[in-house]
Design a protein around this ligand. Structure first.
Ligand code: ZN
Length: 325
């Protein structure tokens, strides 16, 4: 049996998992990233986590074929370089080369959203489908597309920034420099912002108490929705509608078999997605809608790790195929 290690590298934590060739997660470990100690320290810690997984699972190093790392920020997946990652304070770090030297197997990197969607496509909600389009709704919103087991990159590896198309009637400044981007509405941050602004404008809601305590989050809005709160329902219905406006273009352009919704706010499920479906029905030709299934991700917590491992396996297999031909 051959194994891969998938690593989900975040600004707060590093999660590493040992994954077998059937994409089953055998063992998982988690450590704080400790960004302030610098990239060398973080990469050494990642190498130590790989060693720890092999040791704990009693797997020989010969059976490890590759390591995949899902990194935040802008990167070059071909050269294996993290070009810029604001939350890691990384600037042109050669992740594949440096970590590869430490662990002794090829290391492949890609961004965290692509790794997650790749995981869902290979072994989660999109398993067996030809074209899988995935969207993660977390702090922001991003998308990725897998076609017959291959990620679609677009020019300069930039495909997928669906969170940064602007939405008519929205004006909130976005980190990208535009105003009224889709992710200013459809994200955990966007949901909390909508609630905050409505409360500041004097709306009645059960959310006022958590707002005044300075603790209002998207999860509170979901909870208030279930309590029948009118404002919370309005916000999540509107959020779903805006998501539908974005997905209408994705579905028409890619004609996916499956659309996977992942990320923390995907847990809001039908509270958001009911109006997404309604909007899609109005905006998208029925031929596409009859073909596509919209699903909540199956690998919410482990998708990044499984996806990174699956991605590393696919890259190794590609190199093996080249060397054999
Ligand atoms: Zn933007």
């Amino acid at each position: 049996m051959r194994y891969m290690v998938g690593i989900d590298l975040g600004g707060t934590n590093i999660v590493a998992g040992l994954v077998n060739e059937q994409y089953e997660l055998v063992l998982k470990v988690k450590q704080p990233t400790e960004v302030t100690k610098g990239s060398d320290y973080v990469l050494s810690k990642m190498a130590a986590m790989v060693d720890e997984l092999l040791e704990q699972a009693n797997i020989s190093r010969q059976d490890l074929i590759a390591v995949g790392v899902g990194c935040p920020g802008i990167l070059d997946p071909i050269q294996g370089i993290a070009i810029f990652a604001a939350n890691l304070k990384w600037d042109n770090i050669e992740v594949s080369r440096i970590l590869g030297e430490k662990v002794g197997v090829p290391v492949f990197i890609d961004n965290d959203v692509r790794m997650y969607v790749y995981g869902e496509a290979m072994s989660g909600a999109g398993k067996g489908a030809e074209v899988v389009h995935g969207v993660t709704i977390g702090t922001g919103l991003a998308a990725a597309t897998v076609v017959n087991g291959e990620l679609y990159y677009g020019s300069k590896f930039m495909a997928g920034e669906l969170g940064h198309v602007t939405i008519e009637g929205e004006h909130t400044p976005c980190g990208c420099g535009l105003k009224g981007c889709l992710e200013t509405v459809v994200s955990a941050t966007g949901i909390a912002r909508q609630a905050r602004e409505a409360l500041e404008a004097g709306r009645e809601s059960v959310l006022r108490e958590v707002y005044e305590a300075g603790e209002l989050t998207a999860a509170h809005v979901s909870q208030a929705y279930d309590e029948g709160d009118a404002l919370a329902q309005e916000i999540l219905h509107y959020t779903g509608k805006v998501l539908g406006k974005g997905l209408a273009y994705s579905i028409t352009l890619y004609s996916p078999d499956v659309v996977v919704i992942g990320g923390g706010s995907a847990l809001a499920g039908d509270r958001i997605l009911n109006t997404t479906h309604e909007t899609l029905k109005k905006m998208v030709y029925s031929g596409y809608m009859n073909n596509v299934t919209i699903k909540i991700g199956e690998l919410i917590d482990d998708g990044g790790v499984i996806g990174s491992a699956a991605f590393a396996k696919s890259r190794v297999e590609k190199l093996e195929a080249v060397s054999q031909s």
